[in-house]
Design a protein around this ligand. Structure first.
Ligand code: IPM
Ligand code: MG
Length: 358
């Protein structure tokens, strides 16, 4: 029997609540399938670790998880620590050195969930956003000079490499080809950003030639926000820069009903390093410790993890279990307007896993 080694990093805020729910569900999945199991190692990195050690994760931290099959991540962010420290010290400190350059964010309106877009039902909205996850606006290039003085200058330089752009656009075309619609929308801002974004467009045109069976179009990021709201059915697979996709994926989560549902995969497609799976909601300190965090984002991220591990039938079964549970309003947490608790949703999904016989 195959044993997958998973590194669980709950992080801060509701991270530990949703990750323990996720781990329970993964073990239940393994029991249900009977062909694989999980060995889950927990790492207590994050804000509390920082308060004790002055760093978000140990210096040799990446060596401790490098040989795991996948990473399940909760969230990073702490009310007493500046956000740029928590982000760069943990999440980006894993994503970037592990070259998880493809950040994949599916959006669908799951059964039982109502979109704030009046007319949109489930099937009209089925998107996957591919976020460039290794460079661009998050390259970390820049600095501050004359700190605190009137002359102070601060820069954040967006870095785009031809290789980096090519690999993410190619990844997105491949993903688009694997989906029924075979359509890719390339998000850009080449009217205002006349260097890197113009190269981005050129690379898209070049790579598109390798995918004659995929149709594609190009849209400016500001116009994209309008299109997502007004014509959601016109979109399928979407590729955008690190910052553009960061913003668009929050909009996507909102139109799909709740940020509490949205999943992410940070993929190293070449599999030289482990990939990392996480809900996109963040730490949510306002509800931490109350037992009401929505674990669906973590469960859906676990579906993506199972797919990445090659366990497609198990992934499909877990997704159906999730959809069964979202379809029943008794299992809606407060972010969805319900009163269910994390434990109720978890129990519901576990029951659906065992009940499913397909
Ligand atoms: C996301 C988040 C992060 C990001 C935050 C926590 C810095 O918003 O994963 O979308 O911007 O990358
Ligand atoms: Mg974001």
């Amino acid at each position: 029997m195959k044993t997958y080694k998973i590194a669980a990093i709950p992080g801060d805020g509701i991270g530990s609540e949703v990750i323990s729910a996720g781990v329970e569900v993964l073990h239940a999945m393994a029991t249900r399938e009977g062909t694989f199991s999980f060995q889950v190692d927990h790492f207590d990195w994050g804000g509390e670790y920082y308060k004790q050690h002055g760093v978000m994760m140990p210096e040799n931290g990446r060596d401790l998880i490098r040989h795991h099959d996948a990473i399940l991540f909760g969230s990073a962010g702490h009310p007493e620590i500046p956000d740029h420290i928590t982000l760069w010290g943990l999440r980006l400190n894993i994503c970037q050195p592990f070259d998880q350059y493809a950040n994949v964010r599916p959006t669908r309106i799951l059964p039982g969930i109502t979109s704030p877009l009046r007319k949109v039902q489930g099937p009209e909205l089925d998107w996957v956003i591919v976020r460039e996850n290794s460079e661009g606006e998050y390259a970390g290039v820049g600095g501050r000079v004359h700190r605190g003085q009137a002359l102070e200058v601060a820069t954040d330089v967006a870095m785009f490499t031809r290789g980096g752009v090519e690999r993410i656009i190619r990844f997105a075309f491949k993903l688009a080809r694997s989906r029924p619609r075979k359509h890719l929308t390339v998000v850009t801002k080449s009217n205002a950003q006349r260097h890197a974004m113009v190269m981005w467009d050129e690379v898209a045109t070049e790579v598109a030639a390798e995918f004659p069976d995929v149709t594609w179009d190009k849209v400016l990021v500001d116009a994209m926000t309008v299109r997502m709201v007004m014509k959601p059915e016109s979109l399928d697979t979407i590729v955008a820069t690190n910052l553009h996709a960061d913003i668009l994926s929050d909009l996507a989560a909102a139109v799909a009903g709740s940020l509490g549902i949205a999943p992410t995969a940070n993929l190293n497609p070449e599999r030289n390093f482990p990939s990392m799976f996480e809900p996109i909601h963040g730490s949510a300190f306002d509800i931490t410790g109350k037992g009401i965090a929505n674990p669906i984002g973590t469960f859906w991220s676990s579906v993506m993890m199972l797919e990445h591990l090659g366990e497609k039938p198990a992934a499909d079964r877990l997704m159906s279990a999730i959809e069964r549970v979202t379809g029943d309003k008794r299992f809606h947490t407060p972010d969805l307007g319900g009163t269910a608790r994390t434990a109720d949703v978890t129990a519901g999904v576990m029951e659906a896993i065992h009940a499913a016989n397909a």
